[in-house]
Design a protein around this ligand. Structure first.
Ligand SMILES: [Zn+2]
Length: 328
C-alpha cells in the first residue's frame, strides 16, 4: 500500500539480518562437553583445548598442517565404474554419493597429495571419515594405487592417514577386492625400498584395518583412536564377556605390541619428519632457522664463555687450518 512498508522496511530488515552472527561459531567437544570457539579449535588442529580429545580432521586441513607452508599439489585419482551393482537401500547409491560430495565438498573418501614435509618430498594420502564413513570402495583402492605408483616413480616415502568404518557395502565384493589390491600397492613400495608410514586416526575399522592400514613400516596412532576389525560391541555380544577397559583403543594396542607409537596430533608433523628422514638415511631434521653467519663466527671465537673456551679454540684452529690445507 505505501512504499515505506512495502519497500523501505524489507530493505532495512535485510540489512540487519545480514549482520546476524553465524550459527556454527561454536562446537561442543563430544568427550568433555566444553563449548569451543571454532577458530580456536581449528587452530588447535581440531584437538579439544580442554581435554585433548582428538576430533576428526578433514584431509585438506590435515595436509595444510602437514606440508611445509601448507603447500601441496593433489594427485589425480582415476574414477572407477559408477554404481556397478545398481545398489539401492533407502536411497540409490549414486544419490548417496552426490549427497556426500555436496556435504564435504570432496570428490570421494580419499585425498592424495604430494609436497614437502620438513624439506623432505613425500606423497601423502588421507581418508575422509565424513565422506560415507571413509568407506573403502573402488575409488579408495584407486587412490592408494595412485599414491603408491607416484611414490615409486618419484622415489618418495608414502604417509597414509586412515579413518574408515570399513569396506563400502554399496560396492559389495568389488569393495572387498580393494583389500588385496591395496596390499599389492604397499608391496610395490616395499620392493622399491621406500618407507610406508601409517597414521591410524579415530576410527579405523573393518577391511581397512585388515589391509593397508596395518601394513606400515611404522604404525603410529592418534591418542584414544578406536582401531579394530570387528568393533567392541560385536565382540562383547559374541563372546559374552565384559571387555577390558580401553579395549581396541590406541594406547591399549600400543601396550600389546600392535603399534609403534601413539602421538599427539600437534607433535605428529615433527615426528613424521624425523621418522622419514631416519628411514631415508638423511641427516637429522633442522628445527627452526639456521643461525646467521655472524652469530656462528662469534660462537667459534676464543672469547666465548668459560666452558665454551676450549671448544671455541678448537673450532678456531680448525677454521685456521682449513684454508691452509686448501693452499697446499
Ligand atoms: Zn574436550
Amino acid at each position: 500500500m505505501n512504499w515505506i512498508s512495502n519497500y523501505v522496511r524489507p530493505r532495512i530488515n535485510s540489512l540487519f539480518s545480514r549482520r546476524e552472527v553465524p550459527e556454527n561459531l561454536w562446537s561442543k567437544c563430544p568427550e568433555c562437553g566444553t563449548m569451543l570457539f571454532h577458530r580456536e579449535l581449528s587452530e588447535n588442529l581440531n584437538v579439544c583445548t580442554s581435554c585433548d580429545h582428538h576430533m576428526a580432521l578433514k584431509p585438506r586441513d590435515r595436509f595444510k598442517a602437514l606440508f611445509d607452508g601448507g603447500v601441496f599439489s593433489e594427485i589425480e585419482v582415476s574414477a572407477p565404474i559408477a554404481d556397478p551393482l545398481g545398489f539401492r537401500d533407502q536411497k540409490k547409491y549414486p544419490d548417496r554419493l552426490k549427497a556426500a560430495q555436496k556435504a564435504t565438498g570432496e570428490k570421494e573418501a580419499m585425498l592424495v597429495a604430494e609436497g614437502e614435509m620438513g624439506r623432505t618430498p613425500i606423497v601423502a594420502a588421507a581418508q575422509d571419515f565424513s565422506f560415507m564413513g571413509g568407506s573403502m570402495g573402488m575409488f579408495v583402492g584407486n587412490a592408494i594405487i595412485a599414491a603408491a605408483q607416484r611414490a615409486v616413480k618419484k622415489k618418495r616415502p608414502l604417509i597414509l592417514f586412515s579413518a574408515a568404518g570399513g569396506a563400502r557395502m554399496q560396492e559389495g565384493i568389488l569393495a572387498l577386492m580393494q583389500m588385496p589390491r591395496t596390499t599389492v600397492a604397499v608391496e610395490m613400495l616395499k620392493e622399491a625400498g621406500l618407507p610406508y608410514i601409517v597414521v591410524l586416526t579415530h576410527p579405523t575399522t573393518g577391511g581397512v584395518t585388515a589391509s593397508y592400514a596395518m601394513l606400515g613400516d611404522i604404525q603410529i596412532a592418534e591418542p584414544n583412536a578406536l582401531i579394530c576389525f570387528a568393533g567392541p560391541r560385536v565382540i562383547q555380544q559374541t563372546i559374552g564377556e565384559k571387555l577390558p577397559e580401553g579395549f581396541q583403543r590406541a594406547e591399549y594396542l600400543l601396550d600389546h605390541g600392535m603399534l609403534d607409537r601413539v602421538t599427539h596430533r600437534k607433535a605428529l608433523r615433527d615426528e613424521l619428519i624425523s621418522i622419514t628422514r631416519m628411514l631415508l638415511r638423511d641427516s637429522a631434521p633442522i628445527k627452526g632457522d639456521l643461525p646467521a653467519p655472524d652469530a656462528q663466527e662469534a660462537a667459534g671465537s676464543p672469547q666465548a664463555g668459560d666452558g665454551d673456551a676450549k671448544a671455541g679454540e678448537e673450532a678456531a684452529t680448525a677454521k685456521g687450518k682449513k684454508p691452509a690445507g686448501g693452499k697446499r
